[in-house]
Design a protein around this ligand. Structure first.
Ligand SMILES: Cc1cc2nc3c(=O)[nH]c(=O)nc-3n(C[C@H](O)[C@H](O)[C@H](O)COP(=O)(O)OP(=O)(O)OC[C@H]3O[C@@H](n4cnc5c(N)ncnc54)[C@H](O)[C@@H]3O)c2cc1C
Length: 273
């Protein structure tokens, strides 16, 4: 398959990437593992592609003041191999696709594309991550709860570049569990949990248009419910817009959400000690 014709620019700095975007429009290209397939399928025809893949300053993981900063161009393989990121994040990155996808695909591309079946949005939502964005006019920060706004939709503005995502360095015990599509490995249901003392933050993805927090599960946990009862409360958090397709019906995914939230909570609890 070939993509539609496009103009190609390669940025050598963040400032140049932002200037090219303002001048030409189009799409940023990171690892190309979501953008190129959708162009090949003619679901996107941006006309202009601005390659940010060589902006080495956006690649890497560092710790600063109790947080971990993950540059937008950090690959899934780097996250999976990192001892610095919360365990749920490394666990989710290791479960993405296959080795080729994990070695080319980037954290920034994954969250900017906001595929409902992606893994990282669910983990970032449970971890209360912060997204660092830049335009030619300046920078801003957006909380995970406000970043994912819909099916393939985020708070990113048209000319905005994601620079990095930060998460707490020591959030407590954390875990990510998913029911994978057996062919692509995308999540049909994904659940992330972070347990610290008597509180838990929990998020689900894969079956909802975008990753979402699970306040009923969190309240049940804080109220002393065990893993089983707290996980069952996820049915109150899913809403009416459950996704279903040829791989798994909406009803099946709904039932699996209970199972995977239970697994994530149990693993996070045991890691919390
Ligand atoms: C076979 C296959 C299996 C996969 N399985 C999984 C899976 O199991 N779980 C999962 O989560 N994902 C999966 N993926 C998706 C994979 O994680 C991609 O790496 C990711 O979704 C996109 O990252 P990328 O770097 O390739 O982004 P690109 O394809 O280059 O870009 C994607 C989109 O994000 C925008 N963008 C990229 N970087 C930035 C930035 N810094 N700022 C602003 N906008 C930006 C681009 O303009 C584009 O619109 C799979 C992909 C394939 C091909």
């Amino acid at each position: 398959m070939y993509p539609p014709k496009f103009e190609y620019y390669r940025a050598s700095s963040v400032a140049e990437a932002l200037a090219l975007k303002q001048q030409h429009g189009g799409k940023f290209l990171a690892g190309g593992h979501s953008l190129i397939p959708v162009m090949n399928l003619r679901l996107a025809d941006p006309g202009v592609v601005i390659d940010i893949g060589r902006l080495s300053g956006l690649k890497g993981i560092s710790r600063e003041n109790g947080t971990v900063r993950i540059g937008a161009l950090t690959t899934h393989a780097m996250v999976a191999a990192s001892a610095d990121v919360p365990q749920a994040l490394a666990e989710a990155a290791a479960l993405i696709g296959d080795p080729q996808v994990r070695n080319r695909g980037t954290v920034g591309g994954n969250v900017s594309h906001a595929d409902p079946a992606s893994d990282l949005p669910t983990v970032f939502t449970a971890l209360g991550a912060t997204f660092h964005l830049q335009t030619a006019a300046g920078t801003r920060q957006v909380a995970a709860a406000d970043f994912f706004t819909g099916l393939f939709e985020t708070a990113l503005g048209e000319d905005e570049l994601l620079l990095a995502v930060t998460v707490p360095a020591n959030p407590g015990g954390s875990a990510y569990k998913k029911l994978s599509n057996p062919a692509s490995r995308y999540a049909m249901v994904g659940a992330a949990a972070v347990v610290s003392g008597s509180s838990a933050t929990v998020a689900v993805g894969g079956l909802t248009p975008h990753a979402r927090r699970c306040p009923s599960v969190e309240a049940a946990w804080a109220g002393g419910s065990g893993v089983e009862a707290a996980a069952a409360a996820v049915l109150n958090d899913l809403g009416d817009d459950i996704l279903g397709d040829i791989h798994a019906s909406a009803d099946y995914r709904r039932q699996m959400a209970v199972v995977y939230v239970k697994r994530a909570l149990a693993a996070a609890q045991s890691r919390a000690g």
